[in-house]
Design a protein around this ligand. Sequence first.
Ligand code: ADP
Ligand code: MG
Length: 346
Amino acid sequence: MTGTDIRELDARTVERIAAGEVVERPASVVKELVENALDAGASRVAVAVEDGGTGGVTVRDDGHGMTEVDVRASVREHTTSKIRDVDDLEAGVSTLGFRGEALHTIGAVSRMTIRTRPHDAETGTELVYAGGEVESVSEVGCPAGTTIDVEDLFYNTPAREKYLKTTPTEFAHVNRVVRSYALANPDVAVSLEHDGREVFATPGRGDRLATVMAVYGREVAEAMHAVDDVDVPEGPLDDVHGLVSDPETNRSAREYVSVFVNGRAVSASAVREAVIEAYGGQLDADRYPFTALFLDVPAGDVDVNVHPRKMEVRFADEAAMKRQVRAAVEETLLDAGLVRSSAPRG
Ligand code: ADP
Ligand code: MG
């Protein structure tokens, strides 16, 4: 009998496989670049995509920028300015990124141009990185902050390229990602452009309702009620606040129930269930209200060291968390006279 032939993969192959884990589609590129912009303390983040992102992605920010030394380091594997070691990781990470793999990985499957300048520097640096190699580094004049252009995505991974869907589908993913960061960061002016046309632009003045108006339009904004200063029962959450819509202002997609845990967008089916329950049967089956709900959990009680693409969060005491969310939303809807109390609460 012949044995199996087990061999070690070469580094380039390993890298290509790993890249597919982080960069699945244009929306994953957008997510990583927007997170980097927010981590850089940007007050403006402008996203522009062509053909749903398959034709190119540009993210421009006015964050702290990078020196030439920093930008050269930023595209290397496992290089980050955000954590130093495992102790930092254990203490709890407050930045959106920390793995130090996004720029390296995006650059391995595309042609990426970074233009960046720290606010106190006279000139900036342009670094071109393609197929996993630094192609050129030069001094350029550019605005303070960072602009990253990603072109020819997946040119060297044809199998991945084939897997991409139509422009509208890819754009829907991009839109969902940018919308979510815009809602989570009302103090940052976030804009999205598709094929040269503005899709939305938030004012970035810290007003949650104005942000919802920019993202979803006037009709939805006018149907929103503030979840504010509500008494929630004991449980894992320190606080629940945000905005929820009238029951009549609903959609058939659950993505409109936006939930953020400590400012991070999460997909928490348990939270969504609690929200739906709070509407007490006022919603038809498979209809979802608009929400932008912010849950505050004590630092250290949520594990962020999950897979980069999974946004699912788990709570130790899920039942208690659900009671808190449900009570907060229910009280808001009751106060607005939108639902009748179904059962005595307590
Ligand atoms: P991570 O975000 O996990 O640190 P990345 O590969 O996404 O890893 O980025 C590597 C490093 O490059 C970051 O830690 C940061 O120092 C720097 N960087 C990336 N994007 C920006 C940006 N838009 N502005 C300033 N610095 C950035
Ligand atoms: Mg990052």
